[in-house]
Design a protein around this ligand. Sequence first.
Ligand SMILES: *Cc1c(COP(=O)(O)O)cnc(C)c1O
Length: 397
Amino acid sequence: MPHIEHTQSEWVSAVVQAVHGVLPSRDFIPLHEPEFAGNEWQYVKECLDTGWVSSVGKYVDRFEQALAEYTGSPYAVVTVNGTAALHMALLLAGVGRDDEVLVPALSFVATANAVSYLGAVPHFVDSDSRTLGVDPQALRLYLERIADYRHGQLINSLTGRRIAALVPMHVFGHPADLQGLLQLAQDFGLPLVEDAAESLGSRYQQRHTGTFGLLGALSFNGNKVMTTGGGGAILTADPVLAARAKHLTTTAKLPHAWAFQHDEVAWNYRMPNLNAALGCAQLERLPDMLQRKRALAACYQAALADVEGVRLLTEPADCHSNYWLNAIMLTSPQRELRDALLQALNAAGLMSRPAWTLLNQLPMYQHCPAAPLPQAQRIEDALINIPSSPALLAAGG
Ligand SMILES: *Cc1c(COP(=O)(O)O)cnc(C)c1O
């Protein structure tokens, strides 16, 4: 909390000033802007010049190979967006109608929507205030209390439904406690599917996020660390799952020179060549963009070090974060203080946003099962995202 002798408005001004001091002086600074400063124009132009904009062209294969190499995932299958990647990953992990899937309440709505697309039910769980990701200790105690085994399956004894998977999310690029979560998943016989939509470039103990679970999903939406306009990818080490992912995202069409033969109901979730071309160019520049994002985070951390009552959220121990979105945390979470700060930051032209409304509060998910969520609620009351584009440091000097 601020000094007793300071008024709230003096404290708010001090925080705004600290953030402002890091950034270039402009009327308005968005939360996260893409940066196209390499081969983007050239590769996209080539698609336009040759006419290969859609479902045929070399960039899709090239982007998949480059992603596999960058993440260390044996296979990467690109999709139209990250939500589609997560939908397919859950399907491939065996999630089906009337199953429950453990997902963090503190996430973007896509995490729960992908579960719903399969006729399954999201079951919301609490987060850890250090990582912002699913808290494996709290989840273990919760499952021991509410779940039991029937015929070798983990069943929610309150609803009678099977619990079919666990989906951790790496919030704002900070890796969740993957070691704890993997152990938990193993102990309860649950497949782990990572929502790594926000964590391209983030590593946990040297290994890329999204490669720990049976499957992982990435996003290349316009606001993420790199973009394809819209796009996503499924990561897996399993060649059978990778082949199924390709098949299911390409209308289950059997390869043939001219015949239309499809062997199951499937999806048109393939990433167009145009988007993959953009992705190839963006990925070439990702290390450079991430380096500047880290430098920006270090500047914020230094600027906020002397301001009481707030701190910058930093990467968990043993982790290398992509610092997708920098987050200020109030040391004593308080909704009113958070909103006063959000108001002042936005009024100063520094685009800032709260965390997502907890998913169990949204109308379509209010009736879904949920664990007690004390930490997620505290995080929601404490957190503010501040401008985080890679170009901010280069432009600001
Ligand atoms: C961005 C994001 C997704 C996927 O989003 P798309 O816009 O469909 O690419 C999924 N989960 C989380 C947590 C995200 O932030």
